[in-house]
Design a protein around this ligand. Structure first.
Ligand code: NAD
Length: 437
């Protein structure tokens, strides 16, 4: 493929060299004359292991050249990849000025052109930026809408400085967000030789994914540091703690607990966090990340409550009361708190929870249930009655019968899904709103 890469910084220069090595014809574009000269001379514009020989080879084979002139590069290309910087402004907001300028220049270069051209955005941008900011600039400057001739993809970058050439060839995955298959195929073709899963998705998901990955990496580092600090205050080697923690691929280093949904609860997580934080306070040890978890959990509970209260109607069915499905344990269940708050505000609540109904009559939890939440157990009823009664049906835990129950909802009802219900064969006739989807 003939490709222009605009922005020959860390991302652009590694991508350009690796794609040229793979056989594509790459024209690097930058506003820095020094960088352009270096590339023309076969010298890498950034320091990265493996790049010097790739730049030398690129110049020798003629597959990697550079220019200051974007329009000339676009003229000779089937696609333009944009990897210009998107730095922080002093207030933390994202500076997209360079990206905007490039899209305008690209649009002008594509004005009147009938040969198809694909813009592949690689710079990190917040979700919605490509569709609501960059595409309109491109279309305005090109004097035509995106479609067959001109299209846009978002293709985030997952390499790490220092090992980025290696990371380019062995990425965790290749992700292409696009609005149409024709232009997604152009971006896909660039990575044909790369042995990694290829995921095609929407532009917004691809944009959001990059931020989620970086936030997750930052979170993991801060978590390991705070665990290390807490351990050290107890004469424990935090490195060994974290080594063992990482051996658990079932719950720790795994997709477990990584689905958006409602607040956590139960007899362990809140209690154990509180115990750690109390001990840290006694030791004058600051754990800002761990200290933020319970407030974050409360905010999620409040978000669920707001979704119910914003509707304005008062007859509510809660499907599930225990902190998760498959247990009768109600200790610190966020759904108990949800129910109690709604009752306190005068809502007319019905609850279904088979495990609580059974445990209330028999079993070790009977005394706890009858003593601690008699006001809630009086509201327990069948799924059918709870749903029949409700204007808003709130799905809390994952009982299979809840999927059936909501499929029978009336058009005047509303389902609030706090759980992430599985995909349904037939969608309910009433609106279904997820807590974060
Ligand atoms: N550095 C990383 O490891 C990394 C990883 C993934 C994603 N990203 C993202 O990729 C983007 C680029 O990051 P970077 O670290 O390579 O940036 P960088 O600052 O190293 O490079 C940006 C390049 O763009 C050039 N440029 C600026 N305006 C231009 C214009 N109008 N026309 C042509 N060139 C122009 C600059 O001269 C510079 O060479 C950012 O959005 C960043 O967040 C970076």
């Amino acid at each position: 493929m003939k490709l222009a890469i605009c922005g020959m910084g860390y991302v652009g220069s590694v991508t350009a060299a690796c794609l040229a090595k793979a056989g594509h014809h790459v024209i690097g574009v930058d506003v820095s004359p020094e960088k352009v000269c270096m590339i023309q001379d076969g010298v890498s514009p950034v320091i990265e292991e493996g790049l010097p020989s790739l730049y030398e080879e690129g110049a020798r084979t003629g597959r990697l050249t550079a220019t200051l002139d974007l329009e000339a590069a676009v003229e000779r290309s089937d696609a333009t990849m944009v990897a210009v910087g998107t730095p922080s402004q002093p207030n933390g907001s994202l500076d997209t000025t360079a990206l905007e300028r490039v899209c305008e220049q690209l649009g002008r270069a594509l004005r009147g052109r009938t040969r198809p051209h694909t813009l592949i955005v690689r710079s990190t941008v917040l979700p919605g930026t490509t569709r609501s900011l960059l595409i309109p600039i491109l279309e305005e400057a090109a004097g035509k809408p995106c479609g067959e001739e001109m299209g846009v993809c978002y293709n985030p970058e997952f390499m790490r400085e220092g090992t980025s050439v290696k990371d380019f060839y062995t990425p965790p995955f290749t992700v292409i967000g696009s609005t149409d298959d024709r232009h997604a195929a152009v971006a896909r073709a660039l990575y044909e030789g790369i042995d990694a899963p290829l995921e095609c998705t929407s532009i917004e998901i691809a944009e959001m994914l990059k931020y989620s990955c970086n936030a997750f990496h930052a979170l993991k580092i801060a978590f390991a540091n705070e665990i290390g600090d807490f351990a050290a205050e107890h004469g424990v080697d935090g490195r060994e703690v974290m080594r063992l923690l990482c051996l658990d691929r079932k719950l720790n280093i795994s997709p477990a607990y990584l689905r958006p949904g409602f607040a956590f609860g139960g007899s362990c997580l809140p209690k154990d966090l509180r115990a750690m934080l109390y001990r840290a306070r006694q030791q004058d040890l600051e754990l800002p990340l761990l200290s933020s978890i319970l407030p974050s959990n409360n905010a999620q509970l409040q978000r669920g409550l707001n979704m119910i209260m914003e509707d304005g109607r008062s007859r509510i069915a809660l499907l599930g009361l225990t902190f998760k499905s498959g247990t009768d344990d109600l200790r610190e269940s966020p759904y108990v708190e949800l129910a109690e708050t709604l009752l306190g505000k005068g809502y007319d609540v019905r609850i279904h929870d088979e495990n609580v109904a059974t445990a209330r009559l028999v079993g070790a939890n009977a005394a706890y249930i009858n003593r601690r939440i008699p006001h809630l157990t009086r509201l327990l009823t069948s799924v059918e009655e709870a749903v029949e009664h409700a204007e808003i049906v709130v799905v809390c835990t994952g009982q299979p019968e809840y999927v059936d129950a909501i499929s029978r909802c009336r058009p005047d009802q509303k389902v609030i899904d706090l759980l992430g219900l599985p995909k349904r064969e037939t969608e309910p006739v009433c609106p279904v709103k997820g807590i974060a989807w």
